[in-house]
Design a protein around this ligand. Structure first.
Ligand SMILES: *[C@@H]1O[C@H](CO)[C@@H](O)[C@H](O)[C@H]1NC(C)=O
Ligand SMILES: *[C@@H]1O[C@H](CO)[C@@H](O)[C@H](O)[C@H]1NC(C)=O
Ligand SMILES: *[C@@H]1O[C@H](CO)[C@@H](O)[C@H](O)[C@H]1NC(C)=O
Ligand SMILES: *[C@@H]1O[C@H](CO)[C@@H](O)[C@H](O)[C@H]1NC(C)=O
Ligand SMILES: *[C@@H]1O[C@H](CO)[C@@H](O)[C@H](O)[C@H]1NC(C)=O
Ligand SMILES: *[C@@H]1O[C@H](CO)[C@@H](O)[C@H](O)[C@H]1NC(C)=O
Ligand SMILES: *[C@@H]1O[C@H](CO)[C@@H](O)[C@H](O)[C@H]1NC(C)=O
Length: 473
């Protein structure tokens, strides 16, 4: 009797395990259009109301293509392929964290890592970027920041840990934990800042070294793509709480916060990536010199008079009126009387968007040449697509549709967190040889809420356990 019941249960769980695992290991094939690069020559127009049979056929075709690795091959070798992840916001584990939450956090890291693995193997992007808010809080200690970076690198992106281990060894506190040496970083920062502001004659020629050219990988021995980390308010804070400590550890473990990379400058089709820390553009700031440095960056960038298309990567979206996206404009300041942290009184506390005038200034500095471009941001979690139309003066108006000859698209990339279905943003850049312009398209590839991933893993364990228990009943 019992044996028979257990056996039935074993068949049942086996079936569920197979279904769940087939789903999580082939999920992009269920959304094959959204989960592929936009191949302008190959893509059939979007077909909405496919029959069940047609959908099944599309799925099977896509799985076959994925096995052969065909999704990764561009039909036009000059296309640019960028994979963007919104706000992973990984949480921490503290001594008092209950075991269930610890397990949840552990699973969440691997859930995010599963998305990255699937998409990376399927599509082989040239650039992978995380749109800021890598972690869930800016108010954590250095040791925790290092520990989270370690999880971020090893569990999600499966990268080599040696460089961050070295950073730790070079910056130890008495307990043998990582401690950001912010006085050293700050001294160097201020030395460069004052030198950059000096007149030609007095200058020692120090610079922030914002610019790169034709970089396709930070380490060609390890990988053939580029990984870019953008600063979020949860990584370095808004300008009212960004300290030397925040900036030091971000620079130590994730690299610069402001830079550009120019590509193919001497060809007919130049383009560039601009990484901007837009948290430090307006104030009142705790350390106004950080804001000053960001504006120096933007002015240097503008002086390049770059004659190509721009991909701007930043965290906080540009100004737009209420109703265009999930988040409307909302800027908050610390109260003038703030007894818990008096040094923050009156400073910028949070913002959903950049302010209107700052948005216009930044758009004018970066997109001055009128060439089409694309802006990728994070921050609001829900995702959004907006168009910034250049008006007759120097202001840009946000709308849903293109309303001007000179415009830039802003994509707020929907979060990769489980609650938002584990999305991956895909940007394809295609150079149109007839119009001699780069054309940028975006699609969002969803996965599923984290419970689906959990279910696939747990059902596998239950199945193994059930079959083995048959040996004993
Ligand atoms: C692919 O690009 C073409 C031309 O740029 C555009 O019309 C089409 O909507 C894009 N397809 C998708 C799925 O984004
Ligand atoms: C970070 O990890 C190390 C090594 O596992 C551990 O000793 C340390 O306590 C952790 N830091 C925090 C703040 O939990
Ligand atoms: C920070 O760096 C400076 C200069 O290299 C060094 O003298 C100092 O000991 C370091 N501080 C800590 C806490 O490691
Ligand atoms: C830089 O030069 C200008 C004019 O030549 C002068 O007014 C200014 O004081 C100088 N600033 C510094 C820091 O030397
Ligand atoms: C971004 O972070 C990763 C670790 O996740 C690191 O390997 C990479 O070099 C960083 N990028 C830059 C530009 O420093
Ligand atoms: C592009 O041309 C300029 C001027 O001729 C030259 O200085 C620069 O090195 C060239 N860049 C590349 C990447 O070839
Ligand atoms: C800028 O690029 C356009 C093509 O998009 C070209 O016609 C023009 O000559 C270029 N201008 C400069 C200054 O190189």
């Amino acid at each position: 009797m019992l044996r028979c019941a257990v056996k039935k249960f074993a068949y049942f769980t086996t079936l569920l395990t197979i279904v769940a695992n087939v789903y999580i290991y082939t999920y992009p094939s269920f959304y094959s259009k959204q989960c592929s690069w936009n191949c302008s020559n190959k893509n059939a127009p979007f077909q909405q109301d496919l029959t069940f049979l047609a959908k099944a056929k599309e799925y099977v075709n896509d799985v076959q293509m994925q096995w052969r690795g065909n999704h990764a091959i561009a039909d036009d070798n000059d296309d640019i392929h960028i994979m963007a992840f919104g706000d992973p916001q990984i949480k921490g584990i503290w001594p008092k964290t209950p075991y269930v939450s610890r397990l949840d956090t552990f699973g969440n890291d691997h859930y995010l890592g599963h998305i990255y693995d699937m998409m990376q193997q399927r599509l082989k992007p040239q650039v992978v970027t995380v749109m800021g808010d890598l972690f869930s809080s800016q108010w954590i200690g250095d040791s925790e920041f290092h520990n989270r970076t370690k999880r971020y690198i090893s569990r999600i992106f499966k990268r080599d840990l040696s460089s961050i281990e070295k950073v730790k060894q070079d910056n130890l506190d008495e307990q043998g934990q990582y401690k950001a040496n912010w006085s050293k970083w700050g001294d160097r920062f201020n030395e460069i800042l004052s030198d950059v502001k000096q007149n030609e004659t007095a200058s020692q020629g120090l610079s922030f070294e914002f610019g790169y050219e034709d970089i396709y990988s930070w380490n060609q021995d390890l990988e053939d793509f580029l990984i870019i980390n953008v600063t979020g308010n949860h990584d370095v804070g808004y300008s009212g709480d960004a300290t030397y400590q925040h900036m030091t550890r971000f620079h130590d473990l994730f690299g610069k916060d402001n830079y550009w990379i120019e590509y193919l400058t001497n060809t007919t089709h130049p383009w560039r990536i601009v990484v901007l820390n837009d948290l430090l553009l307006e104030g009142p700031a705790l350390q106004p010199e950080f804001v000053e440095a960001t504006w120096i960056f933007l002015n240097k960038l503008n002086e390049r008079q770059f004659n190509g298309s721009t991909v701007l990567l930043t965290h906080v979206p540009f100004y737009k009126r209420e109703g265009l996206c999930f988040d409307g404009p909302d800027t908050r300041f610390y109260p003038d009387v703030h007894p818990t942290e008096p040094y923050k009184s009156g400073l910028l506390r949070s913002q959903n968007h950049l302010s209107e005038s700052i948005s216009n200034q930044v758009l004018n500095l970066i997109f001055e040449n009128g060439k089409p471009g694309i802006i990728l941001t994070g921050h609001d979690h829900e995702g959004c697509e907006t168009v910034y139309n250049k008006g007759s003066g120097s202001s840009w108006e946000a709308t849903k549709d293109i309303e001007s000859d000179v415009f830039v698209k802003e994509i707020t990339v929907k979060s990769m967190m489980g609650e938002f279905n584990g999305n991956t943003g895909l940007v394809t850049g295609h150079f149109n040889k007839d119009t001699l312009t780069w054309e940028w398209t975006f699609s969002l590839c969803p996965f599923a809420i984290q419970h689906v991933w959990w279910f696939a893993k747990v059902s596998l364990l239950v199945t193994i356990f059930t079959w083995s228990s048959l040996l004993f009943v």
